[in-house]
Write a protein that binds this ligand. Structure first.
Ligand code: KG4
Ligand code: ZN
Length: 359
């Protein structure tokens, strides 16, 4: 009996598949308990030599990886393609070649099996990782979401699952880019965010004074000035850089980025129940602890996406689709496949997009 949802993520250098028991979810089970298999492959190491993701390489790797990964996900869950009731895939924003690989695979699957296809906004996926927290840790709307990744830095008001408003976003680099570009200047291999963060743990956070871009504008972040300041600082230090200089500068960079994020998000905190952080940079321990401290000082809630769901994955994409599907509440037997998303016939009319807001 067809009862499973297949979710696919392929917006950047990850290729990921998660299978959910859709029937159990619609009949009231908690989201986490409905995961039947979960796989992720990444081509990150291939891009190291180029200092950033090479879109063509990423898409080629995804074209090679997706079908076998999908087959393995089915096998791991003891599921066959005939057991699938719906498919969800990231339709944007992201790298177009990468999106096309995952989304076209999903379209073919939906068409071949005669099941509905749910196109998912990648940002909605990051926001839906909130539902992957245990119930007791979830925030009650309205709450603030700080979405910080390699491509995005946004403060979003979550009024309800259907109603979201962007309150602030970056004017230039995303927080993850600021981490990665600073890390490159400090000599860490790409993507250096997590490496810089590890080095920062033993460093003096106040040794180098680094700027907080557009500090007086609550609606914008700006990290391009930080990059220039890091470059100037590196140039002013004896070369080759000593290990202590690298550690202290890493700590100062991390502090500057985290301070900018906390400062802006907390200016909106008054009318919200708490702050939820998600996206790759939300895996950063220092950001988690600083924001938690700021929230408890304000006596509001704090929640962070589970670390393994901070960076790109298919589980959050499936979670976003399930939230949409669940708007037709009333259990699996009352589910109207594809409702609200155009015809129930699998969608040749859906296309991928490189930019896509959440509103
Ligand atoms: O969400 P994600 O996997 O991909 C995008 O949608 O962009 O985020 C990846 C970004 C990279 O810039 C990476 O360096 C950053 O998240 N990142 C971190 C940490 N872990 C991942 N940045 C700082 N500290 C970390 N621990
Ligand atoms: Zn992402």
């Amino acid at each position: 009996m067809s009862r499973f949802l297949a979710a696919i993520e392929s917006s950047c250098d990850e290729t990921a598949v998660t299978l959910f028991d859709l029937r159990s979810y619609l009949d009231g089970a908690d989201l986490q308990s409905c995961i039947r298999s979960e796989l992720l492959a990444t081509s990150a190491r291939l891009h190291e030599a180029y200092g950033g993701v090479v879109p063509e390489l990423a898409a080629r790797e995804q074209a090679l990886a997706l079908a076998p990964l999908f087959k393995k996900a089915l096998d791991d869950g003891g599921i066959t393609a005939g057991d699938l009731a719906a498919v969800a895939a990231t339709a944007g924003p992201g790298l177009n070649g990468s999106l096309l690989v995952g989304f076209s695979f999903a379209k073919g699957l939906a068409f071949g099996r005669g099941i509905p296809l749910y196109p998912v906004n990648h940002l909605e996926g990051h926001l839906a990782s909130h539902e992957l927290l245990p119930k007791t840790e979830r925030l009650t709307p309205p709450y603030l979401a700080l979405l910080v990744s390699g491509g995005h830095t946004e403060v979003i008001a979550i009024e309800s699952n259907n109603k979201k408003r962007t309150l602030a976003r970056t004017r230039d680099d995303a927080a993850g880019e600021a981490f990665d570009k600073s890390a490159t200047l400090l000599g860490f291999p790409y993507p250096g965010g997590p490496l810089l963060s590890r080095a920062a743990k033993g460093g003096k956070r106040d040794r180098f004074e680094l700027p907080i871009g557009v500090a007086d504008d609550p609606k914008s972040f700006s990290f391009s000035g930080l990059k220039t300041a890091v470059l100037r600082t590196v140039q002013s230090l004896p070369s080759p850089m000593s290990e202590q200089d690298r550690i202290d500068l890493s700590a100062s960079v991390e502090s500057a980025i985290v301070r900018a994020l906390c400062l802006k998000v907390m200016t909106f905190s008054n009318s919200f129940s708490g702050v939820f952080i998600t996206g790759g940079v939300a895996a950063n321990d220092f950001l988690r602890s600083e924001l938690q401290a700021a929230c408890s000082a304000k006596r509001i809630g704090f929640a962070a996406a589970p670390p393994k769901y901070c960076t790109d994955n298919a589980t959050m994409i499936g979670a976003a689709a399930l939230l949409t599907i669940a708007r037709d509440r009333g259990g699996f037997d009352n589910w109207k496949p594809g409702a609200g998303l155009g015809p129930a016939v699998p969608g040749f009319e859906f296309s991928t997009r490189t930019a896509w807001p959440v509103e």
